[in-house]
Structures are given as C-alpha cells and as structure tokens.
Design a protein around this ligand. Structure first.
Ligand code: C5P
Length: 300
C-alpha cells in the first residue's frame, strides 16, 4: 500500500517580525496564504526509514534524518509507539530554500501520509501539535487556505478569503537560509538602534483578503524580512523592479527569500509579468499560480 499527499507552498501576505526572544525565535504576526505550487509526498512500508527525492533542486535536499519529512515520520511513530519503517519519496516542485515553506510542506505531507498509512487515529489537534514541534510553518502547511500565525508562527487562526488571487513567483539561483535571514534582521535592527515594535496583523490586509480585493491586498502586503533578504541577496531588488514595471499590483520577497512574489490583478496580467521577468534574465524561472490553495490533502 502507498499513500500520496499533496501539499501547497505559501507566501506571506504579511510577515511582521518582533524582536528576538530569549529562545532565539521571533514573535510574528504572520499572514500565511497557501499558493498552488505543490510537493507530493508518497510513503510505503519499508524495512527501515529511507528518503528519496526527485524534481528541481532535489540534489540540495538532505536525505538523512535532518529532513523534516523524516523527522515527521519519527515524531508520529514515537507518538503511536511504533517504528518509522517507511520509504518516503518527495516529488519536489516547491523551490528548495526559497522562502515558500517547501521543507515545512514536506514535513506536513509526511505527517499526514504516515498517519493515513498507519491508521494512527491521531486527530487534527494531535497532528497540529506534532507539526508545531517540527517547525514554525509546518502547521500552516497542513491547514492551507489562509491563516494568521502568531507566536513563532505556529499558533494559527484560519482566515476567510473572498476570492482568487493571481500570483507570479520568480525563482532565484540558489537559496537563502532562514536562520541567516533572521540573524541579518537582528543585525540591521541593532544597527538602527531603535527598538523593534511588537508585531501586529494589519486589519486592512485581513479585510482585503476577506473581500477578495486584489488592489487593496497589493497596497497592504508587507514583509519585515525583506530588507534582510535584500541585504544578503542585493540583486533581488532588480527582480522586484522588473515585475513592478511589468504591471504587478505589488512585489515583495516571499518569506525569507530569495523567491520574489508578484500579485497581479488577473490571470492575463500575471502572464505578462511572468513573461517580462523571464525575458529580463533577472531570475532562474517563473511560476504563475493562484491562491488560496488547499492544505495537505491525501490523493485518491
Ligand atoms: O521553526 P523553524 O525551524 O522553521 O525555524 C527556522 C529558523 O528560523 C529558526 O531556527 C530561527 O532562526 C528562525 N525563526 C525565527 N523566528 C520565527 C521562526 C523562525 O527566528 N518565528
């Protein structure tokens, strides 16, 4: 028997970052939006835990127990009192180390796939708790849609979304390390000298999501990690400029980057923005997609 789960990538419509906490994490007001780029996680019984990976960037994905999918299988196996004897295959389409929660998607996918394979009887609350133990973004990968994440991003409130939003993503050469981007955020904050305010979700942005209003959403998008990502990867500024000039409502770095995200008013504008980005040679490739997307889903 095999089980395959499809899990979406995310973009942060708002990523408000507070000061570093004593545990090294940052309190967030994190408005997650799941977008239609997916990894597929397939699990089947095996003699021992084994991971394989295919797709773009697969050679950069660790195949040992540091992989979030492996950690998910181990955590769920421990919870149920069994051994994690599965072969996990990750078919990647979400950019690796791209700021779109690809690793978190694989963790969430493995959790749901193993839960289904083993028939553990873990409920949604248990799976969400195990997910939060794996990483700050993993619970959202399970839930999908749109949600406000507080704490380090793992405490979720699902958000209503009143329409379809059209996005273009420009994929960059190479990746950025999320901890390194947060460290750069701290360094830039120390350089400024002013205290970092507590993160607050934008009511205007939540209203725009609820109303399906792309123009209002575009005006409200914001990512506090963007200056840090640009500082570590300065050429992203050119990518943002190309997409803006081509007609995007708004352009921003996706999460910790280096993927950049462009909100378009409709599907035709999204294609125009995508074409301009590709022709500019400022990015590796582009993807056009819609949001919100469903969270982790077992495929028939
Ligand atoms: O939770 P996760 O393992 O995905 O976080 C990866 C890294 O990102 C953390 O080790 C930390 O450096 C940084 N991080 C943070 N504050 C958050 C989430 C992540 O500083 N709220």
């Amino acid at each position: 028997m095999t089980v395959t789960v499809r899990v979406p990538a995310k973009v942060n419509a708002q990523l408000a970052v507070g000061p570093a906490r004593p545990d090294g994490f940052h309190d967030l007001a994190n408005v997650f939006l799941a977008v239609g780029l997916y990894d597929e996680i397939t699990v089947e019984p095996a003699a021992e835990l084994r991971i394989t990976c295919s797709g773009p960037g697969a050679d950069q994905v660790p195949l040992d127990r540091s992989n979030l999918a492996a950690r998910a299988a181990i955590a769920l196996a421990e919870w149920t009192g069994r051994s994690p004897d599965v072969h996990i295959h990750i078919a990647k389409d979400i950019p690796v180390a791209g700021g779109m929660a690809g690793g978190s998607a694989d963790g969430a996918g493995a959790l749901l796939a193993c839960d289904t394979l083993w028939g553990t009887g873990a409920g949604r609350a248990e799976l969400l708790e195990l997910a939060a133990g794996l990483g700050s973004d993993v619970p959202f990968s399970l839930v999908g849609g749109a949600a406000l994440g507080t704490g380090r991003g793992e405490r979720l409130r699902e958000l209503p979304v009143g329409g379809i939003f059209h996005w273009v993503f420009a994929l960059a050469e190479g990746g950025l390390s999320t901890p390194a981007v947060y460290r750069e955020f701290d360094r830039l904050a120390a350089e400024r000298g002013a205290p970092v305010p507590a993160p607050v979700a934008s009511e205007v942005l939540l209203d725009a999501l609820r109303d399906g209003d792309a123009v209002a959403l575009g005006a409200a998008l914001g990512n506090d990690l963007q200056p840090a990502a640009l500082s570590l990867y300065p050429s992203l500024a050119e990518v943002l400029a190309v997409g803006t000039k081509a007609g995007a409502l708004a352009a921003l770095v996706s999460g910790s980057g280096p993927t950049t995200a462009f909100l378009a008013s409709d599907a035709a504008v999204a294609r125009t923005v995508s074409d301009a980005l590709r022709e500019s040679g400022t990015c590796r490739t582009t993807r056009v997609t819609e949001a919100p997307a469903r969270g982790a889903t077992v495929l028939p």
